[in-house]
Design a protein. Structure first.
Length: 511
């Protein structure tokens, strides 16, 4: 609903103010920030109110000169745009907001303002303040775009009729040196198989493969970024390579980083997603016509990006894992042979499980085995010291569930044949039907899936855009032809199930 659009615009402006503060503290050639601008950034970060920007002068200082909405929106809101530009052209001394803010006062470099900036996820931060827009109904990179600047982003959101996902882009990715001595970003595909949702039994295959962008990483002017530089599944040549080849690009230390840091964090992210999805999967089954559960399993393709410190960022989970049937890259035969073996061993696993011939350790056996091992040498996504406070204090916290996984499953447990290279990463207890129903109904309320597209008194998308991006205080002006939208539409900034989980695993926006 429109409230999520307001949340996004608030997040965008806080991030932009933080970027300006960072550029003031650590100047970049060609991007110097003056004292007046950083003074307003300070006010914005201290304000923490909604909307953050209260006048046209603040908008131009934080977002840049001009009106930061799409061309279509400018036509629809022409009277508001004129009023906004008129206020922007007037002297700040005549603006009550600017007078109260005392624009001449600027912070000293590296002062206490650092505690106000949005640095909880430093790998997402960068001077471009880039964001990703995803159309959830499309695949193969279609409907995914990277944007620098609000006008092109809002135009894409409007094209999607506000039914899309908007995420912060990962601006400090792990870069790979290319043949022409440039640098490109990369991401990876991980296969995860779910044999049962209740019990929750899942396996992961450690034979991931990487996709290296076919253009150098970077941003140009404001607008939509080059898709070949930022979307690795949008390519003009086959760009896939094995884990072994990818790690060899970074030397011997890369193997240790992968095994002790990146891989266990990826497993924690996958487990958090599976726990979050289980509530909805089982809840939907209860709502459907009661039929015997099919003898089936599910294979997902999880996409991750890596930042410069080898920390994984979940991009998305795909219901189509890509069977790698035809590859033209140098390692094509090797990757296709791996895929054939992985699929063959997975089918054997699934068949044996359905025939009740697959011997899996019981939860108590896993705990006994874990008592003899230590997880101290593995990185974990959810630190125990943070799980009793804040968002993690909720009774339905996926971080807590992930942290309780037996130590022997942290990086996956290798079983005897027929598991092949697949590793067991989840073996949970069954959930009572009453618990499933209660959690599912609560989840529907949290996500706004109940009847009714907009609550009483809730503002329209157009009104939200005017309040946040055209703050000229002209509520009596109404653009011709403006109508409240009756369709159900939404922008999703963060998944509402557990902000603590998403705050750790969301990517880079999607790429």
């Amino acid at each position: 609903n429109p409230d999520n659009l307001a949340n996004f615009l608030q997040d965008y402006m806080e991030t932009q103010a933080s970027v300006l503060q960072d550029l003031f503290d650590k100047p970049v050639p060609g991007q110097s920030i003056d004292a007046e601008t950083v003074g307003i950034a300070r006010q914005v970060l201290q304000r923490r109110s909604s909307p953050l920007l209260c006048c046209a002068h603040e908008c131009e200082q934080i977002l840049g000169q001009g009106c930061h909405i799409s061309s279509k929106q400018k036509l629809m809101m022409h009277p508001f745009v004129e009023a906004f530009l008129a206020q922007a052209s007037s002297p700040p001394a005549e603006c009550s907001i600017c007078i109260q803010g005392n624009l001449s006062s600027a912070p000293a470099k590296n002062d206490s303002l650092a505690t106000l900036t949005c640095q909880k996820q430093p790998a997402l931060m960068g001077s471009a303040n880039a964001w990703v827009v995803k159309d959830p109904g499309m695949s193969l990179g279609r409907g995914v775009s990277v944007h620098k600047g609000l006008p092109s982003l809002l135009a894409e959101v409007d094209r999607c009729r506000y039914s899309c996902v908007v995420q912060k882009y990962l601006e400090q990715p792990l870069l790979v040196q290319t043949k022409d001595n440039g640098f490109a970003k990369a991401d990876l595909r991980l296969w995860v198989a779910v044999l049962d949702w209740n019990l929750l039994i899942a396996f992961a295959n450690p034979g991931v493969y990487f996709r290296v962008a076919t253009r150098h990483y970077g941003f140009g002017k404001d607008g939509q970024a080059n898709e070949f530089a930022h979307k690795t599944n949008c390519r003009d040549e086959d760009n896939r390579e094995s884990l072994k080849t990818f790690l060899s690009r970074f030397g011997s230390e890369a193997v240790r980083n992968w095994e002790k840091h990146t891989w266990p964090l990826m497993m924690d992210a996958v487990r958090a997603v599976l726990y979050a999805c289980r509530d909805c999967v089982l809840g939907c089954e209860l709502e459907a016509v009661r039929k015997p559960r099919p003898s089936s399993f599910e294979l997902f393709g999880f996409d991750f990006a890596l930042d410069a410190s080898w920390h994984p960022w979940l991009l998305e989970g795909n219901v189509y894992a890509d069977m790698l049937e035809k590859l033209s890259c140098q390692e094509g035969p090797e990757l296709m042979a791996w895929a054939d073996e992985a699929i063959d061993s997975l089918l054997k696993l699934a068949l044996k499980y359905r025939k009740q011939q697959l011997v899996l350790p019981t939860p108590s056996e896993l705990q006994t085995r874990s008592a003899q091992e230590s997880a101290d040498h593995f990185s974990r996504m959810f630190a125990s010291e943070h799980l009793e406070s804040g968002d993690h204090s909720s009774t339905r916290c996926y971080g807590k569930l992930v942290s309780r996984v037996p130590v022997c499953l942290v990086s996956g447990l290798e079983l005897t044949p027929p598991s092949g290279t697949w590793r067991l990463i989840l073996r949970d207890e069954a959930v009572p039907v009453a618990t499933i129903q209660a959690v599912y109904q609560d989840h529907q309320k949290q996500c706004g899936w109940t009847a009714g597209s907009r609550g009483a008194g809730q503002l329209s998308h157009s009104r939200i855009i005017r309040q946040y991006l055209l703050p000229a205080q002209q509520d009596d002006v109404k653009p011709k032809g403006e109508k409240a939208s009756k369709r159900r539409s939404t922008i999703i900034r963060r998944a509402p199930a557990c902000p603590s989980v998403i705050r750790r695993i969301r990517s880079s926006g999607s790429m």
